[in-house]
Write a protein that binds this ligand. Structure first.
Ligand code: ADE
Length: 313
């Protein structure tokens, strides 16, 4: 079995879990609701085809690292394989969150100022945890932070999912062979879009913080306190307005983000709400053109926490 410390024998999980409806289709495979035949407990099962074995291995290896459990990281249950030859399917089983991804949740719901802080602080805490290193845990760059890869728990806290592109950095170890231009075009930082990224751990972490800024912006634009009597407008993805496209090309993204240095716009009412204007400033520090000028995820989480102490207007 590819992972030494794996608690289950091959076939253990897949023989107990029945796949139900499909939740999402991703780059490397599809995610289904799975139901344990005996307990009726629901789980999420990401099913990879055999040619995506590499991503399946990377993802389960990261989830299985010591000290990887955190309330704001998707909880890993186990990996398994079933079928043979061309029918081989590789499973990654995690906790199931019925509210779905931040993208789906925000598209269908608005949030209050306090709920916005819950979302923003928990997401930043999750990313800060990934980025942090200890004697047990390497620093991890996610490399595909976007609202579709963030799941919403029933208490409106976030957990970060999809570690298939993530990269770990052990202290003193060289970075090795990494493809710098990965992730989702819409969420790529200027240095990634330009192909001008340096290969240091901190550069990878700063790329994540840039995309964190975009997801925080998506959250902010769904907050009822950010709008006046006209109400909250329909949900839009970052750069949907700027590029006029629901699927912008690399050159459209380069033109908007690198050449014109555009960033998503904030609702005008932000100005008159102390908390929102401070959060807006924090978001702008996440997506600064200069990577070194960006905040760390831990600092973003602390700023969100401080915002809770503001009197509610
Ligand atoms: N979509 C992708 N993964 C999911 C999960 N674990 N729970 C709910 N929806 C998901």
């Amino acid at each position: 079995y590819p992972v030494d410390n794996h608690p289950f024998p091959v076939g253990h999980l897949s023989s107990h879990i029945r796949l139900k409806e499909r939740l999402a289709t991703g780059k490397f495979g599809c995610v289904y609701i799975g139901e344990d035949a005996e307990t009726d407990q629901r789980v999420a099962v990401k099913v990879f085809p055999p040619q995506e074995r590499g991503s399946w291995l990377v993802e389960q290896e990261l989830y299985s690292l010591p000290e990887m459990s955190h309330p704001n990281i998707l909880c890993f249950i186990g990996a398994d394989q079933c079928g043979q030859g061309p029918d081989l399917r590789l499973w990654l089983v995690t906790e199931y969150h019925p509210l779905g991804s931040a993208h789906d949740y925000l598209a269908g719901h608005t949030v209050s100022w306090i709920q916005l802080l819950d979302l923003a602080e928990s997401l930043s805490r999750g990313l800060a945890f990934l980025h942090e290193s200890s004697s047990e845990k390497p620093a991890i760059a996610h490399r595909d932070i976007k609202s579709r890869n963030v799941l919403i728990r029933s208490d409106l806290s976030c957990c970060i999912a999809d570690l298939g592109l993530a990269k770990k950095f052990f202290q003193g170890e060289s970075i090795g062979d990494v493809h710098p231009q990965v992730g989702t075009r819409r969420y790529m930082s200027p240095e990634v879009l330009e192909g001008a990224m340096s290969f240091y751990k901190d550069s990878f972490l700063r790329v994540d913080v840039y995309s964190l800024g975009l997801v925080l912006w998506e959250m902010l634009t769904r907050c009822t306190d950010a709008y006046g009597a006209e109400g909250v407008p329909a949900y839009r993805l970052p750069f949907e307005a700027e590029t006029g496209s629901s699927n912008p090309s690399l050159s459209q993204m380069q033109a908007a983000v690198v050449i014109e240095r555009r960033r998503p716009e904030f609702p005008a009412e932000c100005q008159s709400h102390q908390g929102l204007s401070y959060l807006r400033e924090t978001i702008c520090c996440c997506w600064d053109h200069v990577p070194e000028a960006r905040l760390t995820a831990a600092c973003v989480a602390e700023r969100c926490k401080a915002l809770r102490r503001l009197p509610v207007s």
